[in-house]
Design a protein around this ligand. Structure first.
Ligand code: MG
Length: 310
């Protein structure tokens, strides 16, 4: 099956794509409509974001399975302290009361993003809210890299998996966005379920080698994949029917990128924020760079005589 949205993530002669990671996490609160709006205003048309399910089966856009004290405030502005409840144990009505517009600068996570704007009165969006935004006519060229976060406690449960995929697919179909969306995950079983339920949406396989450290202050990737090496993901992903390979930037080698592209996969690397690493990815000829700092990547592409849209 041909997937027109894969072309939106494909590099071309003179062109490497820029994907806004959780919007533009380096500068704006992550996974918020404000952050997505900012990213779109920067001329970046590809948005990466994370989806988790609430207890009442509403797909919401947030990264961690548990509410995180470094990000979450109540309506009065008090930081969440003590127990960090699971999103899947809360209803949308509970979540809609929370403010995720700023990071606690005293937390380890907050210290990673000192340039992020501090906003108040910013809620966790539902998938539906982002769909409504990008369904507007001025955003018809916007494409979505929709990451489904598998609940580590439930990822062996095929029925749970099918339910999550069904809820996400229903939202996208209702808004007419399936042809502008890639399904993206570390959970290869979940991606297989996506392909079964919604073959019109291509799949994007995230990988991270175990030897490369996790990022401070956030949930680590919950992998469900074959055993990975530096070299084997392209062949495994091709065999699984994937359209994109999304390796962690520290794992990437020139040989593996070349192998993936030979197999017809597109390569989108994450999360590339430092100038030297951005330059290294440009030299490797990846298709797309997923970044917390879209403007920084734009400037490096321009310095190399490259563009990001077209
Ligand atoms: Mg993600």
């Amino acid at each position: 099956m041909q997937h027109p949205q894969v072309e939106a993530f494909a590099g071309q002669e003179g062109l490497i794509r820029v994907v806004g990671h959780r919007g533009a996490r380096g500068l704006m609160p992550e996974n918020t409509l404000e952050g997505f709006g900012f990213t779109l205003a920067c001329g970046v048309r590809l948005l990466e974001f994370d989806v988790v399910m609430t207890r009442d089966n509403v797909p919401v856009i947030t990264h961690n399975h548990r509410l995180t004290g470094s990000i979450v405030r109540d309506r009065e502005g008090a930081w969440l302290r003590g127990a960090e409840p699971k999103v899947s144990d809360l209803d949308w009505a509970d979540l809609s009361q929370l403010d995720v517009g700023g990071l606690d600068g005293s937390s380890a996570y907050g210290q990673r993003f000192p340039d992020q704007a501090f906003l108040s009165g910013v809620g966790i969006p539902r998938l539906r809210d982002l769909c409504r935004l990008v369904a507007q006519p001025e955003y018809e060229d916007v494409h979505l890299m929709l990451e489904i976060k598998s609940d580590p406690d439930k990822m062996k449960d095929a029925q749970v998996r099918a339910g999550i995929v069904a809820a996400v697919v229903a939202e996208l179909r209702k808004m007419g966005l399936t042809e502008r969306t890639l399904m993206h995950s570390f959970d290869w079983n979940l991606l297989a379920e996506c392909s079964a339920q919604a073959p019109e949406m291509p799949t994007s396989y995230l990988t991270q080698l175990p030897e490369n450290a996790d990022d401070i202050g956030e949930d680590s990737a919950t992998n469900a994949s074959p055993e990975l090496t530096v070299d084997n993901p392209p062949d495994l992903i091709c065999a699984a029917g994937g359209a994109l390979w999304c390796p962690y930037y520290l794992d990437v080698t020139a040989q593996a990128v070349a192998r993936a592209q030979t197999l017809g996969l597109r390569v989108a690397v994450w999360t590339v924020n430092e100038v030297a690493e951005i330059d290294r990815m440009i030299a490797l000829g990846v298709d797309a760079i997923i970044t917390d700092f879209p403007g920084r990547v734009q400037h490096r592409l321009l310095a190399h005589g490259l563009g990001w849209a077209g």
